[in-house]
Design a protein around this ligand. Structure first.
Ligand code: AMP
Length: 213
């Protein structure tokens, strides 16, 4: 039976980095909705324009779009479980994930929230660089790239939605929507809150402890 983990946190909390490390350690499928949606937004698919606009405004894409995206990636899963990175962000998505997992006689095993303050989010996101080619993320303060390019050789850019205005909107949406989901997870006794204003390895060790206990 699979081990399914949700990792949530405000923008810049390091959830992407931690999810990647978890996926490697336990051989899990890393489902990063933000990344998948950015890929669709920059493609020629019919949904691209609408998704791009929604993302620029810092709003959530519709539950219908999200279900299509998640349903598709879960289909090919041959790993030991899934890390849901950045989903569920509202109650509908929470029910969706539970339903998709229930179809396979599985459930959300751990619901981990990485916490950082608003000041820290703004500091981290305004210094974030993303690779145009592979999506790798760097930070001029905490994880500077060597030279001014990505490991893969790709060009590093500031994400369209990492402007101060978009960041503030995304934070507001995050707090409004996810508060409800977090309280649901708490009621189901699967919630673990972790302080994200510490070194990457320390946070990772805490998450591993939560998973292995
Ligand atoms: P992120 O990279 O996680 O900050 O996500 C970037 C943007 O993608 C968000 O501002 C949303 O517009 C969209 N997005 C990512 N994940 C979700 C989700 N689970 N539900 C709806 N929209 C999402």
């Amino acid at each position: 039976m699979g081990m399914n983990i949700v990792i949530l946190g405000p923008q810049g909390s390091g959830k992407g980095t931690q999810s990647e490390m978890l996926a490697n350690k336990y051989n899990l499928l890393h489902v990063e909705t933000g990344k998948i949606l950015r890929e669709i937004a920059s493609s020629n698919e019919p949904m691209a324009d609408e998704i791009r606009r929604t993302m620029l405004e810092g709003k959530l894409v519709s539950d219908v779009v999200l279900e299509a995206v998640i349903g598709q990636v879960m289909k090919d899963n041959r790993k030991n479980g899934i890390v849901f990175d950045g989903t569920p962000r509202n109650e509908g998505q929470y029910d969706l994930i539970k339903r998709l997992l229930k179809n396979r006689n599985e459930k959300i095993d751990r619901f981990i929230v990485i916490e950082i303050s608003e000041t820290e989010t703004i500091k981290r996101l305004t210094s974030r660089l993303t690779c145009k080619n592979c999506g790798n993320v760097y930070n001029t303060l905490t994880k500077p790239p060597t030279g001014n390019v990505c490991e893969c050789g790709g060009e590093l850019v500031v994400r369209d939605d990492d402007s101060l205005e978009s960041i503030k909107k995304r934070l507001q949406v995050y707090h409004e929507m996810t508060a409800k989901v977090i309280s649901l997870a708490k009621n189901e006794n699967i919630l673990y809150e972790i302080n994200g204003e510490r070194p990457i390895e320390e946070i990772f060790n805490d998450i591993v402890r939560v998973i292995e206990n």
